[in-house]
Design a binder for this molecule. Structure first.
Ligand SMILES: [Zn+2]
Length: 271
């Protein structure tokens, strides 16, 4: 699933072709793609609206429209957005298509159909439950410390909880825990001050590296232009099961299932 760095890469690539464009129609062959307000109302309300800004919040793409309404898209498992000419070959997996002025369209390709589109008058209806944005200056060591306090959950599922921290998914959670030297099953309330400082730094570092490398093309993720990111070449533990740890060189990367998710770690470096 695209995580913060993959969504950020997508947002950055879409700004140039989309800001200032007007949406003139929405085509859709999978009405459940629209989470709110329902397809017919979305089609009516969005027509004629101009895209003024594109931002990211957690794993959501947030399009500010000139009416003040917000178009919000979550890519979920297999979603992909691209801007193409309207006469480009049709894509049977582009279940929602935003037809734009100047002969182009924004295609939401989504083979697994788990993605969602929302049109909100108040964006906090969709985004209000998200935890802090990990790369924002407001996300300090003290904030992380306060949020961990009294939490009995294991670190890995807690990092995946979007209400705890926004944007971290399976890849970057495993990587952040590795660089912090913390076992994914460690109880959140067992961390020392030094542990929290290390975790705070490692979360930011792996996400920043992911953005610099334009995302991890491990499953299906590719950039809007169809090319791959490069983060898959820089992972320390994710899907490196059975291979030697780069850090200690004696540990072998292990895989366990935690909260239903594959989890990778070095049993020597992470305690
Ligand atoms: Zn190791």
């Amino acid at each position: 699933m695209p995580e913060l760095p993959e969504v950020e890469t997508t947002v950055r690539a879409l700004r140039e072709p989309l800001i200032g464009r007007t949406i003139i129609a929405v085509h859709n062959d999978w009405p459940r793609h629209v989470g709110m307000p329902g397809l017919p109302e979305l089609q009516t309300r969005i027509r004629g609206q101009r895209i003024e800004r594109i931002d990211r919040r957690g794993k959501y793409l947030v399009f500010t429209l000139n009416s003040g309404e917000t178009l919000i898209i979550h890519l979920k498992m297999t979603g992909h957005l691209s801007v193409v000419d309207q006469d480009a070959p049709p894509d049977p997996y582009a279940h929602t298509i935003f037809v734009l002025d100047q002969g182009q369209e924004l295609r939401f390709r989504d083979p697994r159909k788990f993605g969602r589109v929302y049109l909100a008058r108040d964006r906090y209806e969709i985004l209000g439950s998200l935890g802090p944005e990990p790369l924002e200056p407001a996300f300090t060591v003290e904030v992380l410390c306060r949020r961990l306090k009294g939490r009995k959950r294991a670190l890995k599922p807690l990092l995946l909880d979007q209400g705890f921290i926004a944007g971290v998914g399976n890849i970057y959670a495993d990587e952040a825990l590795y660089y912090a030297g913390l076992h994914p099953q460690r109880r959140a309330d067992s961390l020392s001050e030094a542990d929290v400082t290390a975790l705070h730094a490692s979360i930011r570092q792996v996400l920043q590296t992911g953005i610099e490398r334009e995302g991890a093309s491990i499953d299906r993720y590719v950039k809007p232009d169809g090319s791959k990111g490069d983060m898959q070449n820089a992972v320390a533990v994710f899907q490196r099961t059975g291979q030697p740890c780069y850090g200690c060189e004696t540990g072998i990367v292990q895989r366990i299932v935690l909260g239903g998710r594959s989890t990778h770690f070095c049993p020597i470096c992470q305690t």
